[in-house]
Every structure is written in structure tokens, then in C-alpha cells.
Design a protein around this ligand. Structure first.
Ligand code: PXP
Length: 261
């Protein structure tokens, strides 16, 4: 399993003060030296965390492949084409969202996504699509010409957090949602089934399969059981843990959990 470490959250903290502390390049060096196998960053349209200069520096100094997440916005695609990351992952973006809320709508924005892929391919950049774990989305991704899909694991992570609310500070308590424990267990099972079926189907169609969003030290083992998934991109939980034990140990611990024995 390839571990992609998403270092956007280091820039989120930096932007809280708008000073160069913590330094994103320090995070890059620590990640490279601590078992990460890929660096993931998201150059958002509103530049709320990673800035153009960060992306440029990370591309210049990273010893690891860089997976650059971006929207299908033309201006952003021009920048990404010039930066030439090892891969671009197309994600949906809304200005008002706190984080990427769902997978790319590969049905309504077919032609826009197809031309984004074409543009990136013309700069020799392989493309992954961040999609919900549904067979229809996988089929559409293949038809659109992507090499890879990243399955959005947010729904699974949310339900898992509700079920294990003592482990995590989920926003919703079981009581609030009036869901019984057995119903939550059933929903966790169903969301895992969706991820597994999507991964199997994607692999069958010849797509590489990654997964990400909301993965943490408690739930990542479930992804390890799906052998078709060969890459995980994880940010929030690693950077959150790093506050208590340092970024290097936080990455090493995740690497240990994501190493297939
Ligand atoms: N993969 C993609 C495509 C994402 O947009 C994000 C969030 O930036 C992640 C993975 C990492 O998610 P998290 O920060 O919840 O681990």
C-alpha cells in the first residue's frame, strides 16, 4: 500500500497567522524522511492553504512523487499543466465547503472533465478522478479516460466515527441521529461493501485504485482488507496526531498500520 501524506493541513495552520510557520517545506522534508511514499497537496481555487509558490517549491524539492489535487477550473489546470506533478487528481470544489464533500460529478460534468483530462494528458500528466464509490462513477471514469480513481471514503469514515463516538469527536451522536447501534453497524458494512465493489470493478476495468478522506488510525485497517486498493491519501488525522507526537512519529505510525505484512 502506497501512503500518500496530504500536507495541506500544515498550510492551514500557517494561514491561521499568515506567517511562514509552520514551514510547509519542513513538513515536506519530514514526510519524505519518515515513510511517506507520496506527497499530496490540493491547490484550491481560493488558495486557502496551499499557494502557488508552495506548489512550485514542493514540486522542486520533493524527493517523492507529488499528487496534485485540483478542480477542473481552467486557470488552475493551466497552472497544474505547467507544474507537471507526477499525477493530478481531479476533485470537486465548492468555495463554501470546509473540505471536499463528495466525489466528482462524473455524469453532469462529463465534457468538462473529459477536456480537463485531455489537457493534463497533453502535458503528460496521468489523471486520477476522486469519485464516490459507485459502479456507475467507476464506469464513467474509465470512459472519460482516467488512469486511476480515488474512492471517496468520507461516508464510511463518518458512519464509522458515529459508531465509535468514544474514539472520535464526531459531530453527530448516535442519539442525535436516533440510529441504533445495529443500524450504524449495518451502514458501516454497507459503505465498506460499496468501497470494495467499486475497487474490484475499477481494477477489472484496468484502473489503479486509491482511497482517501477521513481515514485515520482507527479506521484505516478496513481499507487494508481491500486488496484492490493500492494507495491511501491521508492528511487530517496524521497532522492532528503530529501535534501530540511530532510529524515524523505520526507518519511512521500510519506507515506501520498501512504496511501489508
Ligand atoms: N484525498 C482527497 C482527494 C482529498 O481531497 C483529501 C482532503 O484534502 C484527502 C484525500 C485527505 O483527506 P483527510 O485530510 O480527511 O485525510
Amino acid at each position: 500500500m502506497k501512503l500518500g501524506v496530504n500536507i495541506d493541513h500544515v498550510a492551514v495552520l500557517r494561514e491561521a497567522r499568515k506567517v511562514n510557520d509552520p514551514d510547509i517545506l519542513n513538513a515536506l522534508y519530514v514526510a519524505c524522511a519518515s515513510g511517506a511514499e507520496q506527497i499530496t497537496i490540493h491547490l484550491r481555487e481560493d488558495r486557502r492553504h496551499i499557494k502557488d509558490i508552495d506548489a512550485k517549491n514542493i514540486m522542486q524539492f520533493s524527493q517523492l512523487p507529488v499528487n496534485l489535487e485540483c478542480s477542473i477550473n481552467r486557470e488552475i489546470l493551466d497552472i497544474v499543466s505547467e507544474l507537471k506533478p507526477h499525477r493530478a487528481t481531479l476533485v470537486p470544489e465548492k468555495r463554501e465547503e470546509v473540505t471536499t464533500e463528495g466525489g466528482l460529478d462524473v455524469f453532469s460534468f462529463k465534457s468538462e472533465i473529459a477536456s480537463a483530462i485531455k489537457k493534463l494528458h497533453s502535458s503528460s500528466i496521468p489523471v486520477s478522478l476522486f469519485v464516490d464509490p459507485s459502479l456507475e462513477a467507476i464506469k464513467a471514469s474509465k470512459e472519460l479516460g482516467a488512469e486511476m480513481v480515488e474512492l471517496h471514503t468520507g461516508s464510511f469514515a463518518n458512519i464509522f466515527a458515529m459508531l465509535n463516538s468514544s474514539l472520535s469527536h464526531s459531530n453527530h451522536s448516535i442519539k442525535e441521529l436516533e440510529l441504533s447501534r445495529s443500524e450504524l453497524e449495518r451502514r458501516v458494512e454497507l459503505s465498506l461493501e460499496d468501497i470494495k465493489n467499486a475497487a474490484i470493478y475499477a481494477k477489472k476495468l484496468g484502473l489503479e485504485v486509491a482511497a482517501g478522506h477521513g481515514l485515520n488510525y482507527h479506521n484505516v485497517s478496513y481499507m487494508m482488507e481491500i486488496k484492490e486498493i493500492t494507495e491511501l491519501n491521508i492528511g487530517q488525522s496524521i497532522v492532528a496526531k503530529s501535534i501530540f507526537c511530532g510529524l515524523s512519529d505520526a507518519i511512521k505510525e500510519m506507515k506501520e498500520l498501512t504496511t501489508r505484512k
